[in-house]
Design a protein around this ligand. Structure first.
Ligand code: DX5
Ligand code: ZN
Length: 229
């Protein structure tokens, strides 16, 4: 039960000196979500932005903000991101001592909850929580930086999670994050992802609308080819 393919530009690759303008530009270019990467120089070896910047961009567009927490611990900051206008909050299971409680906490604050799986994280982390989740985020790079190369084993992981989501019958979004570009979007769509994050593939390009359209159409084409096979 895949949903329509959606595209979430990752602000990590935006020009931070012109962030409001960049947010408006991707919204006007047809983006479906804003992907907001939060790094703490502890869980991952990079440091980015927090709730203050999330609140600052919130008035610049109506798109849902998809917050990807790459921080440890996670619970304390969740109410702050909810207050800053986050719509979806995803976290890594390795960064929470009580994954089920963290999911509950995100819901209690009125946001959708996602679990983010690193390339080496086994699918067993989904075993007792999949039915609580609104989204599963499959990392196709190791978290920490934009512009890395797509790790192909993510495709098998996407296929396996797609089967589990479909078997459960609930509409859970399947998001892929890292190294996504028009060259691999067909394989990603065929593997069953329905939300594609793209940082450098969008913000590195002169025409945001063209690349967002290309990503969407290519992923849709891959999905159709899979279902026809
Ligand atoms: C990496 C981040 C990604 C990253 C994607 O840790 O979670 O969202 O910004 O950037 P690209 O698309 O350039 O790999
Ligand atoms: Zn991300």
């Amino acid at each position: 039960m895949s949903q329509a393919i959606e595209i979430a530009p990752s602000l990590l690759s935006a020009d931070f000196a012109r962030l409001g303008e960049e947010v408006r530009a991707v919204a006007d270019a047809g983006a479906d979500y804003l992907h907001f990467d939060v790094m703490d120089n502890h869980y991952v070896p990079n440091l980015t932005v927090g709730p203050l910047v999330c609140a600052a961009i919130r008035p610049h567009c109506r798109l849902p903000i998809d917050v990807h927490l790459m921080i440890r611990p996670v619970d304390r900051i969740i109410p702050e991101f909810a207050a800053a206008g986050a719509d979806v909050i995803s976290f890594h299971p390795e960064a929470s001592d009580h994954v089920h409680r963290t999911i509950d906490l995100i819901h209690q604050h009125g946001c959708k909850a996602g679990l983010a799986l690193n390339p080496a994280t086994p699918l067993t982390v989904l075993d007792h929580v999949l039915e609580e989740l609104d989204l599963v985020l499959v990392m196709s790079v190791n978290p920490g930086f934009a512009g890395q190369r797509f790790i192909a084993s993510a495709l098998e992981k996407l296929r396996a999670i797609r089967r589990r989501i479909d078997a459960g019958g609930r509409a859970i979004r399947l998001e892929v994050d890292g190294g996504v570009n028009p060259g691999n979007a067909a394989a990603i769509g065929a593997a069953g992802a329905d939300l594609l994050v793209a940082g450098s593939a969008v913000f590195g390009k002169p025409d945001y609308a063209a690349v967002i359209r290309e990503l969407r159409q290519t992923a849709e084409g891959g999905r159709i080819a899979r279902s026809a096979a």
